[in-house]
Design a protein around this ligand. Structure first.
Ligand SMILES: Cc1cc2nc3c(=O)[nH]c(=O)nc-3n(C[C@H](O)[C@H](O)[C@H](O)COP(=O)(O)O)c2cc1C
Length: 147
C-alpha cells in the first residue's frame, strides 16, 4: 500500500509524530513517503492509496500553511482515502482543527478513512504528551484495518 504523509510543524512535535507513524507503517511493509507542505505543491502529490495530513492547532484552526495546502489540493488517484492528525496545547472545544481540515477536504475526490487524531503538547513548543506513541500505534492499526 502506498501511503503519503504531508505535515506542517512549527516546532517539530507534529513532525516527530509523523516520523513515528511512518516508522510504524513502514515496519508493516507499507511504502510511506513523507514531506512537509512547505516542500511540495498541493497540485502534484505522488499517487497514493492513503494520504495523512498533520497540522498544529494555531489560533483555534489548522496552521495557515496547511489550510492553504488543503484548499489547493488536487488528488489524481481514484478511490484515495485520507486520515487527519492535529496537535494542540489544550483541548479547547473551539479549536476544532480536525473538523476544519475535514471541511476543506469535503469538495475533493478523497474520502475519510477513520476519525482524526488529536495529540497534545505540554507547552507551546512541546514536548508531546506522554502516551502519544500508544495513540499513534492505535491510530495506525485503525487505519490499516480499514484500508
Ligand atoms: C501562533 C500560535 C497559536 C497557537 N494557538 C493555539 C490554539 O489556539 N490552541 C491550542 O491548543 N494550541 C495553540 N498553539 C500551540 C500549538 O498547537 C503547538 O505549538 C503545536 O501543536 C506544536 O506542534 P508543532 O511543534 O508541530 O508546531 C499555538 C501555537 C502558536 C505558535
Amino acid at each position: 500500500m502506498k501511503i503519503c504523509i504531508a505535515y506542517e510543524s512549527k516546532f517539530g512535535n507534529g513532525k516527530g509524530c509523523m516520523e513515528y507513524l511512518q516508522g510504524v507503517m513502514s515496519k508493516k511493509d507499507h511504502d510511506v513517503e513523507m514531506f512537509s507542505v512547505r516542500e511540495r505543491e498541493p497540485t502534484s502529490l505522488p499517487p497514493a492509496d492513503l494520504y495523512i495530513f498533520s497540522s498544529p492547532t494555531q489560533i483555534g484552526s489548522p496552521a495557515r500553511k496547511m489550510k492553504k495546502f488543503l484548499k489547493k489540493l488536487e488528488i489524481s488517484q481514484e478511490g484515495a482515502k485520507y486520515a487527519l492528525v492535529a496537535t494542540c496545547l489544550s483541548s479547547n472545544p473551539k479549536a476544532n482543527t480536525l473538523e476544519k481540515m475535514e471541511k476543506l477536504l469535503q469538495p475533493k475526490d478523497i474520502s475519510k478513512i477513520t476519525d482524526g487524531l488529536m495529540i497534545k503538547v505540554k507547552g507551546i513548543k512541546g514536548p508531546l504528551e506522554s502516551g502519544y506513541k500508544e495513540k499513534l500505534d492505535t491510530f495506525a492499526e485503525d487505519i490499516l484495518k480499514s484500508l
